[in-house]
Ligand binder design. Structure first.
Ligand SMILES: CC(C)(COP(=O)(O)OP(=O)(O)OC[C@H]1O[C@@H](n2cnc3c(N)ncnc32)[C@H](O)[C@@H]1OP(=O)(O)O)[C@@H](O)C(=O)NCCC(=O)NCCS
Length: 170
């Protein structure tokens, strides 16, 4: 397995770089924390193998399609979260996903990361539309999407959860 894909994306406070296999150790505790899994995985605790497979898929997607999952890093190279594109659902659809360590919520870092990835997706990857499915009570996530110009497309119940599908058209 190799680290392929685009170079890092830089914002005022963050470096976003494609996830690599070594990032499982840093990301697994974040993604399985109660407050992150509540909205990212329908409350489920994902396994390290699940995360490793998602990173594997991301590495392949960056190599083949130019998009995938970025690790969100601050002053060092250790990811404090992730943001990017992943195939979700049946039939599988490319969706925007993101999560940040709860210890650093509320400083605008989530919005900064998602904004950079969306800009890269539209300007560099040439995506014509971006889909993000968000639980209706996830106000912070919805605020990020609305600020970037996403619009609610449809509200539906998925696996018993109240979900609002948001779309940004480039
Ligand atoms: C969504 C997430 C990445 C936001 O990270 P963050 O760094 O705290 O976000 P920001 O500080 O950029 O805040 C984003 C917006 O939410 C608002 N916000 C932050 N915390 C909030 C809260 N607890 N309740 C309501 N709004 C909140 C902010 O005011 C901001 O809105 P604004 O842009 O209108 O000012 C983070 O909460 C997270 O990892 N959640 C769990 C995983 C998840 O929900 N992923 C999205 C699935 S689609």
């Amino acid at each position: 397995m190799s680290d392929t894909g685009p170079k890092a994306l830089r914002t005022a406070r963050l470096v976003l770089r494609p996830l690599a296999a070594r990032d499982v150790d840093a990301l697994h505790p974040i993604l399985t924390s109660t407050s992150v899994r509540r909205f990212l995985f329908d409350g489920e605790t994902v396994s390290r193998d699940f995360l490793a497979a998602a990173i594997d898929a991301s590495i392949r997607n960056f190599a083949d399609r130019g998009w995938g999952l970025f690790g969100i890093t601050l002053e060092d190279d250790v990811p404090q979260g992730l943001c990017g594109f992943h195939m979700v659902g049946t039939p599988a659809e490319r969706q925007l996903v993101y999560a940040l360590a709860p210890a650093i919520w509320g400083q605008g870092l989530g919005g900064e990361a998602v904004g950079a990835v969306v800009k890269h997706a539209l300007d560099v990857c040439g995506m014509k539309s971006i889909v993000a499915a968000v639980d209706a009570p996830n106000t912070a996530s919805i605020a990020i999407l609305r600020r970037l110009g996403f619009e609610p497309e449809v509200r539906l119940v998925e696996r018993g959860r109240d979900v609002i599908r948001h779309v940004l058209r480039g």
